[in-house]
Write a new protein. Structure first.
Length: 377
């Protein structure tokens, strides 16, 4: 499309606009529509008789005729080149106007054609847009851990669930201003009551809306909540190994803890239990299986496997359900499992050794509608 776009100034003197073309701006067109300067002097009259009358286009005042807008002018029958220039210029008006209209309409739909509109109008203020990612932090602060923490921490909450066999502590990510929060299923599975605390210290009670144990996901709703800050959900398919990431959660109940690292691997097949009675493992982390080996305890017989993002950002007990965030401040994963080097019963000796796993956010987004409908899988 860009080959057919004409810059402003190429059609400043269309036929019949009520003004004669300046001597130094007369142009002619060949049948291919390519314009080139011609001799500014009109050619001498031919030796033969004048041709048919020539009806000029609309004048400046809207009438038919020459520069004064009236009458019918008769000119010599000049060669086809200059006459075709008039036809070419007249015919170009329709497609050019159509191009402008299409570009304007398309620019409303998406940022892709906004550039075409920019080229047609000569403006340079069209803002880029995206349906998958946003700049949560200013472009000049992209990758700044402190800027990411300031922007995203209000969208991450601490979750405390009371279970039949004890308590479970985890984290969650706010996905709506009215209190919808995504977390891991293993954080709230079998809970008789759920309490949530936001980054500003406000406490809420919550109830489970929907669960999907096959993805280790759950959606809870905070009661009487409003004005919360939803997180921007990014595009986990765009991640590459080595990308910078930030994790925010509440390890060991330390609300709003921020750690950072990189994406150390992608598409790891991680197996976790679906049975809420498994609870957290002896090492303090949720038990999981990878490569045929058990970590942080026994996963039991009822398990599910998903393809996870692996990160070396420190994840500890309580980070489950929290946010894994890219350099622009978009949530790209829900932290779900971590490897603990110490399998002793004393969880104080357990800790992150740089092997953490997160559920890709695209998997979460594809599941949100089902969770909101109250599905209990």
């Amino acid at each position: 499309m860009s080959e057919s776009i004409r810059r402003s100034g190429e059609y400043e003197h269309p036929e019949g606009d009520g003004q004669a073309p300046a001597a130094d701006s007369v142009q002619s067109a060949d049948p291919r529509g390519a314009f080139a300067p011609v001799n500014p002097e009109w050619p001498p009259p031919p030796p033969y008789a004048p041709g048919r009358p020539f009806a000029a286009g609309p004048g400046a005042d809207g009438g038919q005729g020459g520069a004064d807008g009236g009458g019918t002018a008769t000119f010599p029958a000049f060669p086809a080149g200059p006459a075709h220039a008039s036809t070419s210029r007249k015919r170009t008006r329709g497609p050019l106007a159509l191009l402008a209209a299409v570009a304007i309409a398309s620019a409303v739909v998406g940022g892709g054609t906004a550039f075409a509109f920019q080229e047609l109008t000569g403006t340079h203020t069209v803002a880029a847009s995206s349906t998958t990612t946003t700049n949560v932090v200013p472009s000049s602060q992209r990758g700044s851990i402190s800027a990411i923490a300031r922007a995203v921490t209000p969208s991450v909450v601490e979750i405390n669930a009371t279970l039949d066999n004890g308590t479970s502590t985890g984290s969650g990510v706010v996905v709506s201003s009215k209190g919808e929060v995504v977390t891991n299923n293993h954080v709230v599975a079998g809970a008789s009551s759920i309490k949530v605390r936001t980054s500003d210290g406000t406490s809420y009670t919550a109830q489970v809306v929907g669960t999907d144990s096959s993805k280790d996901l759950a959606l809870i709703k905070l009661r009487n909540a409003s004005g919360l800050k939803p997180a921007a959900l990014g595009d986990s398919d765009g991640l590459t190994v080595g990308d910078q990431v930030v994790a925010i959660g509440s390890p060991e109940g330390l609300t709003g803890t921020v750690t950072s690292g990189i994406v150390s691997a992608l598409h790891r097949d991680v197996t976790v239990p679906t049975d809420e009675n498994q609870g957290q493992g002896d090492g303090g982390g949720w038990p999981f299986q990878f490569g045929g080996h058990q970590f942080n305890g026994d996963t039991g017989s009822s398990t599910t496997t998903y393809r996870a993002i692996q990160t070396d950002a420190s994840l500890n007990p309580g980070n489950s359900g929290g946010a894994l965030i890219d350099a622009s401040g978009n949530v790209v994963g829900i932290n779900s499992a971590m490897y603990s080097a110490n399998q002793a019963s004393d969880s104080s000796n357990a800790g992150s050794v740089g092997l953490g796993f997160a559920i890709p956010i695209n998997s979460v987004k594809s599941d949100l509608a089902s969770l909101r409908s109250g599905s209990q899988n």
